[in-house]
Design a protein around this ligand. Structure first.
Ligand code: ADP
Length: 263
């Protein structure tokens, strides 16, 4: 037990340290990324533009990785509040639209009447980013449709399908689907495992879905995946509704999403 305790303290210390470094590193990356973009505008030759574009892609990837580390080290220090998630989903999709090629169509069906859930806005943003990034990776060769829907649903005591995963009650159901390459059974079984990836080195960390899984579980929700090779993939996330407390106003989560330096 003592060993376990020592181990968990060590992990906690590493987490804090990594979080600190990741945060500073993120700011540096922001500068590299910003000046690369500026240099691309000024660059005279096509070759130079191409090099700068590679630099820009690499620094973007580095930022993704740092964000994963930040999410890990932040686990336990999130701030949950009664939150209306629709604006966060819409804002995040806007950001995603700006970065994806035109070959990817984004469809969204967001029920604007969905009530609040107890959630940290940054975690919600992170979940959507991770799922949509994977969807894009699965479709980037041929293009396709990224579909995001948000509905509310009630799970009844007699819904045996859910009995093992969720308490009866009212839930938000967020689904993120793509028409990409899909997965076979052996991959589906491992998708939520930390460090499981089928992507090239430097492209995938294998942490994206384990982060999403961790967030959903800590919110007493449930995530499931349906996928077919060559057809596409759908992720469904159920999150319990807060029925009592008053939700915060939209200004607060706008700030949380863009205020990356607050970690
Ligand atoms: P990473 O994206 O860094 O590999 P993830 O944990 O996010 O890590 O995903 C793990 C693996 O699950 C991916 O490498 C991929 O094989 C598979 N995967 C996840 N999402 C999808 C998707 N939408 N379509 C096809 N495969 C997926």
């Amino acid at each position: 037990l003592l060993n376990q305790l020592r181990q968990s303290h060590k992990m906690e210390a590493i987490g804090t340290l990594a979080g600190g470094i990741a945060h500073d590193f993120n700011n540096i990356l922001q500068i590299i990324f910003g000046y690369t973009q500026l240099a691309m505008f000024e660059a005279g030759s096509e070759t130079l533009k191409a090099y700068l574009s590679e630099l820009s892609i690499a620094s973007h990837r580095a930022k993704d990785l740092v964000e994963h580390i930040l999410t890990f080290s932040r686990q336990g220090s999130y701030e949950r509040q009664p939150l209306i998630v629709q604006p966060i989903i819409k804002e995040t999709l806007k950001l995603i639209r700006a970065t994806l090629p035109a070959t990817i169509e984004i469809r969204q069906e967001i029920d604007s009447s969905c009530p609040s859930i107890m959630a940290d806005p940054i975690q919600i943003h992170q979940m959507i980013m991770n799922l949509c990034t994977n969807a894009y990776h699965a479709m980037r060769n041929y293009g396709g449709i990224l579909k995001v829907t948000l509905t509310q649903t009630e799970i009844m005591p007699e819904d045996t399908v859910f009995r093992y995963h969720l308490q009866p009650g009212r839930y938000l159901c967020l689904s993120i689907g793509d028409t990409g390459h899909g997965m076979d059974q052996s991959i589906i079984e491992r998708v939520f495992d930390p460090y499981f990836t089928t992507k090239n080195k430097g492209e995938g960390t294998g942490l994206g879905l384990s982060v999403v899984h961790g967030i959903v579980k800590s919110m007493e929700g449930h995530i499931s995946v349906y996928s077919e090779t060559g057809q596409g993939t759908n992720f469904y996330i159920w999150l319990p509704l807060t029925e009592t407390e008053k939700p915060v106003t939209s200004k607060v989560y706008d700030k949380s999403i863009t205020g990356g330096s607050e970690h």
